[in-house]
Design a protein around this ligand. Structure first.
Ligand code: SF4
Length: 331
């Protein structure tokens, strides 16, 4: 049951993760959000996997790399981060003096959760002569234990920048790590983590879909499992996939990544057809349940009341900032 009272909603914030306040369906949220942006000198950074209404009100829309770059450059006083927790953490680490709010504190990430900081520390200690490259989809604790952060857009370039004889640990995504080992020819020690969304695609159903749509190209994110990547016509980061569909001359695509990106693909290429790759069962598991915890109502409320705010330990922010800055320099 939604509250009508801000005091009571704030008291329940820790347990709920968001301000549970009823928003009138008559309120024009698009107008109100634009008004709040101006009043508060706020910027909305949103990930491609957000629902389309959130994508439409965003000032910057992008994948993890673009959002980290936008966060590093922003002059706004209030950063409203519509994505998952580790992304808002990255924005806060790059802007320790600014207020960062997010629609729902409980918007986590199965991949980031697959590498708890204390276990990763023990793992790293077994390989003292290895350099740690971590995918940005990890907690601030894991970032603080890393030497360089990467995203799927720049991972290959970052690995290639490391001298050939230097041993590497790659964390936390084993599928992306295995794909990068093939691409770069580097042997890396992989942390055994994965994204629940990108591991759900069914090879059998995609193969049947390809038979029904013989002209459709399969495009896949490198977090997908190897059998899917093996049959893909193109593999790329979220932005890489979007750009590919803009310039490639096919008219039909089967898209093996989170479904949120289909909104931008369709806007950029209205004459083309985009089919979400089918998951292993009949659920909508290729919708990230964490990303989709954010709604336009929660976004409006977090801007209006500036809650929930992302708060972090200062020492942790300092330690996690170094490998992110190294990535931004190399990008
Ligand atoms: S799609 Fe996967 S990696 Fe991205 S936020 Fe969701 S669970 Fe995490």
């Amino acid at each position: 049951m939604a509250d009508i009272n801000i005091g009571s909603a704030k008291e329940k914030l820790a347990s709920k993760g968001f301000l549970d306040i009823a928003v009138s369906p008559e309120l024009d949220l698009f107008f109100e959000i634009e008004k709040l942006k101006k009043e508060k000198n706020a910027v909305i950074l949103a990930h491609y996997y957000q629902e389309s209404d959130i994508q439409d009100v965003a000032d910057f829309l992008g994948d993890s790399l673009a959002l980290a770059q936008a966060a590093a450059k922003t002059t706004a006083d209030l950063i409203v981060f519509a994505g998952v927790h580790f992304m808002a953490e990255t924005a806060k680490i790059l802007n320790p003096d600014k207020k960062v709010v997010l629609p729902d504190l409980k918007a986590g990430c199965s991949l980031a959760d697959s590498a708890p900081g204390y276990l990763f520390k023990e793992f790293k200690e077994k390989y003292p002569d290895h350099l740690v490259i971590s995918y940005i989809n990890c907690s601030a604790e894991v970032k603080a234990l890393s030497d360089i952060i990467c995203t799927s857009s720049n991972a290959e370039k970052i690995i290639q920048s490391v001298p050939a004889g230097q041993k590497i640990i790659f964390a936390p995504d084993r599928n992306l790590g295995a794909y990068l080992m093939k691409k770069t020819g580097r042997d890396m020690v992989l942390w055994n983590g994965a994204c629940m969304v990108h591991e759900i695609f069914s090879l059998e159903k995609i193969t049947k879909l390809k038979i029904r749509h013989p002209k459709a190209k399969l495009i896949a994110h490198p977090e997908c499992e190897e059998p899917i990547l093996r049959i893909a016509d193109f593999i790329g980061s979220t932005t890489g996939l979007l750009n590919y569909t803009k310039t490639d001359d096919s008219s039909e695509y089967i898209v093996a990544t989170e479904t949120g990106i289909l909104h931008q693909m369709q806007l950029a290429s209205p004459g083309k057809t985009f089919i979400p790759a089918p998951p292993d069962n009949n659920c909508a598991c290729n919708d990230c349940p964490h990303m989709k915890l954010n709604t336009l109502e929660k976004l409006y409320l977090c801007m209006k009341y500036e809650q929930p705010e992302l708060l972090m330990d200062l020492d942790l922010m300092v330690a996690a900032r170094k490998p992110i800055e190294r990535m931004l320099q190399l990008s």
